[in-house]
Design a protein around this ligand. Structure first.
Ligand code: ATP
Ligand code: MG
Length: 411
């Protein structure tokens, strides 16, 4: 049984309105699955037999979006709902233009309307194909989704080899749901992930950026990373070094741990920070020789590293400069003499760069006290600041210059 107090009032009112206009309307997908699994549902998707144009006409505050999947966004001041028309994968006789597959069998457009029965069979997993009417409190379940929720298992609707070929992103979704819900992945689904995972290379970088965010910024980043790694799928989401060393792995895991902790503490997380951290080992590998950084190469490699990542996942423009600022500030954090620390601390990205430094330190066994130095320096205590800098002036900041060997020369 679903407790309606866990369901958005706005979603219930939209369903009532659709039903009052003689349409069928249900809550569907993640919110039903989560509510039944004891997880607070976060967003509410509605499925209906009204077409997008009909939905658009009923709700003043709504807009039709999407091409590949046409949907209607219905919103009020604080909430946005996705209202999707039941779809069928059966081609209408003459006009096939609304369901188009490419030469690998991937669906590139899917706008053929259908019935609830047909809609069920186009969804990815049985646990995602439950339709709940909050008025009658009845659940429509055509694929044993309820049983699979009870058994805690992720089962594909139809042959996963075929379904994952139609849409390779389902591999990523299976992994994400299994960690989010603590469910096992059915063996057939596992096989399909192994067999069809390579098709992720053909998915647009924009869509993979969306998935990247869902996978790594939802509080389960570290677990998802580990599982993606075991299925050999990381390489479709993050540029990695083929011969990655311990530092690379530790840095990535440290960044993900940090992100997960922030999510748990309701602190903000940004894909920019995470990408900066995930790509840091690659950047260093590009410009380090015999344990020394070539600063010129460091600056020259930044754009190249970002460009390579862009081929996998789009990176919204605003994050490009954010990421580079964080990287360059890592060099500046090492310079702690004279007036330099006062300039560094005033940089608008200082706080992110300092957090990044802590992530780096957690990743390397070799802690040099730099993080602690900056923690102290941030205490608004002029005498303390003066003595911290004086100590550095004496040492000429050589203690931590090993990995940034050329930095002092180029300053
Ligand atoms: P969450 O919101 O927690 O990521 P969700 O299951 O709600 O999970 P959405 O991406 O919001 O995921 O999609 C809503 C529903 O649409 C899914 O539950 C599923 O039924 C269907 N769906 C989404 N993406 C796909 C896909 N790639 N293939 C088949 N069905 C899908
Ligand atoms: Mg959802």
């Amino acid at each position: 049984m679903i407790d309606n107090t866990k369901i958005s009032k706005f979603a219930i009112s939209v369903i009532k309105t659709l039903q009052n206009n003689n349409f069928e309307a249900y809550l569907v997908g993640g919110c039903v699955r989560d509510a039944l699994s004891g997880i607070e549902p976060k967003d509410f998707d509605i499925a209906t037999n009204a077409t997008p144009d009909e939905v658009r006409k009923i709700f003043k505050a709504s807009r039709i979006i999407g091409k590949r999947f046409k949907l209607v966004h219905v919103f009020d001041r604080s909430e946005l709902l996705e209202v999707a028309t039941f779809r069928s994968d059966i081609k209408p006789n003459e006009d096939e233009s609304d369901l188009i597959k490419d030469n690998t069998g991937k669906i590139i457009r899917d706008n053929v309307w259908g019935t609830l029965e047909q809609d069920c069979f186009r969804r990815d997993f049985t646990i995602n194909a439950l339709y709940y009417c909050p008025i009658t409190k009845k659940i429509e379940d055509r694929n044993n989704g309820l049983r699979h929720i009870q058994k805690k298992i992720i089962v594909s609707i139809g042959d996963p080899q075929v379904r994952f070929k139609e849409d390779p992103v389902r591999s990523l979704r299976a992994i994400r749901f299994s960690n989010k819900l603590g469910f096992k992945i059915d063996n057939q689904v596992k096989d399909a992930i192994y067999d069809k995972g390579y098709l992720l290379a053909g998915i647009s970088n924009a869509r993979l950026f969306d998935e990247f965010c869902k996978i790594f910024l939802n509080g389960m980043g570290e677990k998802n990373f580990t599982k993606l790694h075991s299925f050999n799928l990381i390489k479709y989401l993050v540029t990695t070094n083929p011969d990655s060393d311990d530092f690379s792995k530790n840095m990535m895991l440290s960044a993900l741990k940090n992100t997960d902790e922030r999510v748990k503490n309701n602190q903000s997380v940004t894909p920019g920070f995470l990408l900066a951290a995930l790509l840091w080992p690659i950047l260093l590998a590009r410009c380090t020789k015999n344990n020394e950084i070539n600063i010129r190469k460091f600056f020259r490699s930044m754009d190249g590293v970002l460009k390579e990542q862009q081929r996998l996942t789009a990176i919204p423009r605003k994050f490009n400069s954010y990421i580079k600022d964080i990287w360059v500030l890592q060099l500046k954090l090492h310079s702690r003499i004279k007036s330099q620390p006062y300039k560094t601390i005033r940089h608008p990205r200082f706080r992110a760069a300092y957090d990044f430094l802590l992530v780096r330190e957690r990743a390397s066994n070799d802690q040099k006290g730099l993080g602690k130095w900056w923690t102290d320096f941030q205490k608004n205590d002029d005498a303390l600041r003066g003595s911290l800098i004086a100590r550095m002036n004496e040492k000429s900041d050589t203690e931590s210059s090993k990995i940034f060997g050329f930095y002092n020369e180029l300053r």
